[in-house]
Design a protein around this ligand. Sequence first.
Ligand SMILES: Cc1cc2nc3c(=O)[nH]c(=O)nc-3n(C[C@H](O)[C@H](O)[C@H](O)COP(=O)(O)OP(=O)(O)OC[C@H]3O[C@@H](n4cnc5c(N)ncnc54)[C@H](O)[C@@H]3O)c2cc1C
Length: 347
Amino acid sequence: METILILAYTEADGTLGRPSLEALACARALADGISGSRLVVGLVGATVDAAAAAIAGCGAAKVLGVAGAEFGAARYATDAAAAEALARAAQASIVIAAGTSRWSRVMAGVTQRLGGRIDTHATAINSSGGPAVTRWYYRQRMEAVLTRAHRPWVILVDPGCTAAWQGEAGAAQVEMVAVEVPESLRRTQVTGFQAPPADAQTIRPDAALLLVAGAGWTKTQPDGKAHIEDAKKLILGFLRLTQASLGSTKSLVDLSGEGQAVLPFLTHLNQVGQTGSTPRHPKGLSTCCHGEEPHVVGWRFINERRAVNLDPNCGWARGKADVLYVADAFAVMSRVNALVAERRGGS
Ligand SMILES: Cc1cc2nc3c(=O)[nH]c(=O)nc-3n(C[C@H](O)[C@H](O)[C@H](O)COP(=O)(O)OP(=O)(O)OC[C@H]3O[C@@H](n4cnc5c(N)ncnc54)[C@H](O)[C@@H]3O)c2cc1C
């Protein structure tokens, strides 16, 4: 019999974030698919009662909690101690958690303490024929299905791969698990957060649209000049209006290393493709982009893809976009920005 523990931490407002609800949906489906298995919820946070009530309808055999001010913020020592205590209290054979930065940081260590095995970046957990994890290799080009006989088995599920659990709230009884937090575990004090202002943040994993900028934005245009300032205004203007996420090709982010004119708001973190990221957004718009890697790998999980390129023979844009506009991206994006601003009442 499998005991499946879903581990989740509560947010500052006491609720569960979307990645946790997605992991819960995976755990629920796995428990439903393996006869005789049971689902246990393990919550960590400053407070856990509201979160437990919100997911009361998930049908867990029991809800365990580690709560207290010291468990509110992400900190390796306390998160690892809480996760380990919950896994032991649940006697979990399978532990499922969201692959957020907070859990990713601690779960390998927790697995070691439990004598278990861990798989990360799971995109799905299947139950037919026993539990199996689906994940991608070689920059999302090959998909593998993994099974393991070893227990406990810890699985981190990548956010954005499955629908979040939805169900009735209700009354939930939380069985509290005591975790000693000696002084030595509290050496690291969380004093607050420092983050760039929202409009300086161009990577938005939750955005409905991914705008991919290619090196063409910096190239000499038909008038014989490059128009970096215009490119900057058009791209940032579009992001401000739409709150889209910004991806870039390798060539564009590499240009700074070659001493060429660049778009200063782009870093290698924006790069999509084989040696970049493979983000998941419902829609994508690629502009001034020819490369194979951004189109074939970087766009892999974008559902609806459109491209703007001056070159009608751009094979990757033609082959990988659902719609290719053979047009000047400066003119297209200028018009798009004007139309979006008009729709938003000139904002
Ligand atoms: C091992 C390896 C790994 C790699 N990994 C990655 C990766 O992860 N991500 C990645 O991006 N690349 C990667 N590359 C590089 C990749 O092969 C391409 O060289 C690169 O993506 C090309 O970038 P680009 O499309 O921006 O530039 P270009 O190839 O220079 O294309 C620019 C395009 O802009 C168009 N254009 C110019 N002006 C306009 C305009 N006004 N309007 C519309 N269109 C215009 C041009 O027609 C052209 O098609 C990798 C390469 C290797 C060898």
